[in-house]
Design a binder for this molecule. Structure first.
Ligand code: FPP
Length: 236
């Protein structure tokens, strides 16, 4: 359970990476160019998280709603993800990054789902940073799936608590995010980690995701360090 102590560096940062399309449009480029540039910003965010001593970094890479985008864009995003995994995994592993995927990975097809699982196994013992990739992820769907699993596990309604319910979520062994960042000026949560963000600090920036860099990450952490977290309690 969270308490009202203040920690200057967040243990878990979650990011809603937004603005790839607008970044591309501003340059007269196809949307995929924004996503490609966005994948480079992913590397910068991971580096920044490692450098600041953040332990968990969750990236919203593909939402359940993103399946409604034109087939070509879904294909581009899937290709980029596959390419990213193949080209970056060895380096991530060498840097001590453990990969964990949350969401309905099966929807990407058995081959990619298996590749993701193998990447999780390969990096399972790494300790420096846990990189949580939210793929085909939706917060409401996650809660409903968790409720189903709790029922299937035979939990009696009187035994259900916030603590044991959380064990049925995709994020069972991951602490709740302390800080959530959303880029591109939009100020919404967009069905991201609805349960887990209950007490997260939120930081919005107008920077479009492909432009996001270590300095932006540092600004978010700096503002976080000055916030007073109460978790619903009285100030200490
Ligand atoms: C939002 O921008 C971003 C996405 C839907 C996908 C995020 C994907 C990446 C950053 C690249 C690949 C990821 C990995 C992990 C390799 P948008 O398209 O909604 O932008 P817009 O709101 O400006 O149109």
């Amino acid at each position: 359970m969270a308490d009202a102590t203040s920690h200057s560096v967040p243990s878990h940062v979650a990011i809603i990476m937004d603005g790839n399309g607008r970044w591309a449009a501003a340059r007269g480029l196809p949307r995929v160019a924004g996503h490609r540039e966005g994948a480079k910003a992913v590397r910068r965010a991971i580096e920044a998280a490692v450098n600041h001593g953040v332990h968990y970094l969750t990236l919203f890479a593909f939402s359940s709603e993103n399946w409604q985008r034109p087939a070509g864009e879904v294909q581009d995003l899937t290709f980029l993800l596959k390419h990213y995994l193949r080209s970056e995994l060895a380096e991530l592993d060498a840097e001590g990054v453990r990969l964990k995927v949350i969401g309905e990975r099966e929807r990407f097809g058995p081959a990619l789902a298996q590749e993701l699982e193998e990447a999780e196994h390969k990096t399972a013992n790494n300790k420096r940073l846990t990189l949580v990739l939210a793929l085909s992820y939706g917060g409401r769907a996650e809660i409903v799936a968790a409720a189903r699993r709790a029922i299937e596990a035979g939990i009696k309604s009187e035994d259900l608590t916030e603590q044991n319910f959380a064990n049925f979520l995709f994020t069972a062994e991951v602490p709740d995010p302390d800080l959530v960042i959303r880029t591109s000026g939009e100020q919404r949560i967009s069905n991201f980690l609805l349960w887990q963000l209950a007490y997260a600090e939120i930081w919005f920036t107008k920077v479009l995701w492909p432009d996001f860099c270590g300095r932006d990450f540092a600004s978010a952490l700096e503002e976080y360090a000055g916030r007073e977290r109460r978790f619903g309690a009285r100030p200490v």
